[in-house]
Design a protein around this ligand. Structure first.
Ligand SMILES: Nc1ncnc2c1ncn2[C@@H]1O[C@H](COP(=O)(O)OP(=O)(O)O)[C@@H](O)[C@H]1O
Ligand SMILES: [Mg+2]
Length: 234
């Protein structure tokens, strides 16, 4: 059976996932082994490579959230899952070879693309994480910021009070420290601009460019001051 993501076509063969690999895949497999040994069972287990050089992973059960659930249950379960995942990466020696450069201060191994389309759901409950291709050593705020953006969600068409409530719900369920919250607030706009630049510059993002995701990310980044203004006017 063939499964499609934003970039990759993935094959389900005899109950295991076969996915295109990259130079970063060996590091990702080491990370997946580490979090599994630390008791985090919601990520795939790595089973090396097939004869075509694709990585082989265990199948993570659940429905991948291509419909972008943002109910309170989705927000809270995703944030808790992210917290457990981050904590499970503690003590992992990152080494080199990740697809993305490390972001300082390195606190954990970030997932790097923490959104509904890389989470498996049971109903509205996030029960699994997939697609660690963008993993990078970095601060907790890096994944929390993108999680808040996608789950609050911080889209201009979402009522401001819903954006603020969703962001608070995600940060509270994650158990975010003051410094993580500050990192989210300080870096949200630059995170979204970096997403836009990636869509504009990475040759693989053909569909995303055709659908002008870069324009959307830039518009959403530009709308953030309104959100912050509302927050500050209390
Ligand atoms: N380990 C896995 N377990 C279950 N399904 C998976 C797994 N990896 C990928 N998939 C499925 O394949 C689809 C595309 O996978 P993904 O790895 O996210 O690709 P992309 O790199 O294009 O984002 C997902 O939407 C999901 O349905
Ligand atoms: Mg994906």
């Amino acid at each position: 059976m063939e499964l499609r993501g934003g970039l990759n076509t993935v094959w389900l063969i005899d109950g295991r996932v076969h996915r295109p690999a990259g130079p970063w895949t060996e590091r990702v497999h080491a990370l997946l082994r580490h979090v599994s040994e630390a008791g985090f069972a919601q990520a795939p287990l790595p089973f090396g490579f097939d004869e075509e050089g694709r990585e082989v992973l265990s199948y993570v059960p659940g429905e991948v959230g291509h419909h972008f659930p943002t109910s309170d249950e989705a927000v809270v379960s995703a944030a808790r899952l992210l917290r457990r995942y981050h904590d499970a990466t503690l003590g992992f020696e990152p080494g080199d070879g990740w697809q993305r450069a490390a972001v300082e201060p390195v606190e954990v191994l970030c997932h790097g693309d923490f959104a509904q389309y890389n989470l498996a759901f049971d109903g509205d409950t996030a029960v699994g994480m997939i697609d660690f291709d963008w993993a990078l050593p970095g601060p907790r705020w890096y994944d929390v910021a993108y999680g808040v953006y996608r789950f609050a969600p911080l889209y201009p068409e979402t009522p401001l009070e819903r954006q603020l409530r969703g962001a608070a719900l995600f940060c509270d369920a994650y158990g975010a420290s003051e410094s993580t919250r500050r990192g989210v607030a300080d870096n949200m706009a630059s995170y979204l601009v970096a997403m836009a630049e990636q869509v504009e510059q990475d040759p693989r993002f053909v569909t995303q460019r055709a659908e002008q995701h870069n324009v959307m990310y830039r518009a959403h980044a530009a709308a953030l001051p309104l959100l912050m203004g509302t927050l500050c006017s209390g």
